[in-house]
Write a protein that binds this ligand. Structure first.
Ligand code: FPP
Length: 259
């Protein structure tokens, strides 16, 4: 007779609750709370960012293992330039170092790297490391990891409007013929499906100029967990929550259930 109690790994137990046939194709994450995590541990803010990299690694791995197709991480907003120069420099160095170290892991896991944002305005060492990573992973097709860097949704939308205005001025398109799809093609995310799930950590409930167009129909999941503490189990919990919601896209509940 069996007397021992079988131990169940809590992360595995959560994974088993996920319906793999109804996964969000694209998950976007606002990684927040690195500074508060550092403060809680009596350390400088940079220490929190460094620990945030473990959360990036683990979340990316978990999303790829599940079969999520796109994962977008808000790594640096245009507004983040307003932080103290020391912190901005440390973040840029961390990005260069992390990209340098993790490209091999991305290739091993068949993950393609992409980036959105005003990339040409990044410091040249960050830009070069990013372009190298994108080039070296371009043939991978298991999942796409999109880093939002020097990103601002308002900038992106204005940029799309400028591009369309140029096409009108060059008589390539009539203003009356402009459709949603023309606009979508001018966004940084052209070719990428809109995120179905947005996660923000650290108890803040805002969008902070992130993917304003693309998140039109996304489900929002807010958690108090600070980003450096975010682990596979947290991602699984967000997906379970997503799968328990009814997505109506403007229709009635009855229309959805009878379809
Ligand atoms: C927000 O926390 C976090 C950031 C502005 C940077 C995120 C960067 C990383 C996790 C590290 C590197 C990323 C990659 C993709 C390699 P905060 O500083 O605003 O925290 P606070 O609100 O508690 O002050």
């Amino acid at each position: 007779m069996l007397t021992g109690i079988l131990q169940v790994d809590p992360t595995e137990a959560l994974r088993e609750k996920i319906d793999s046939s109804r996964l969000p194709r694209h998950i976007a994450i606002i990684m927040d709370g690195n500074g508060r995590w550092a403060k809680k541990h009596g350390k400088a803010r940079v220490f929190g960012h460094r620990h945030g990299v473990s959360a990036v690694r683990e979340t990316t791995e978990a999303a790829a293992e599940l079969g999520v197709e796109y994962l977008t991480l808000y790594a640096f907003s245009t507004e983040n330039w307003n932080r103290p120069a020391f912190e901005v420099n440390a973040l840029m160095t961390l990005l260069v170092d992390t990209l340098g170290k993790e490209i091999q892991t991305l290739n091993k896991n068949n993950i393609r790297l992409k980036a959105i944002g005003n990339l040409s305005k990044l410091p040249s060492r960050t830009y070069s490391a990013l372009m190298k990573g994108i080039e070296q992973t371009k043939n991978n097709d298991r999942m796409t990891l999109v880093l939002a860097l020097n990103y601002s949704a308002k900038w992106e939308i204005v940029n799309a409007a400028k591009n369309l205005a140029t096409q009108v001025a060059e008589e390539k398109i009539n203003p009356e013929d402009i459709q949603e799809s023309h606009f979508v093609n001018e966004l940084n995310t052209a070719g990428i499906p809109d995120p179905e799930l947005l996660v923000r950590t650290s108890g803040e409930n805002r969008l902070s100029n992130f993917l304003l167009w693309q998140l039109a129909y996304a489900e929002f999941y807010f958690t108090d967990t600070l980003w450096p503490d975010f682990r596979k189990a947290n991602l699984f919990q967000a997906i379970i929550d997503f799968q328990n919601r009814e997505r109506r896209f403007g229709k009635t509940s009855e229309q959805i259930t009878s379809a």
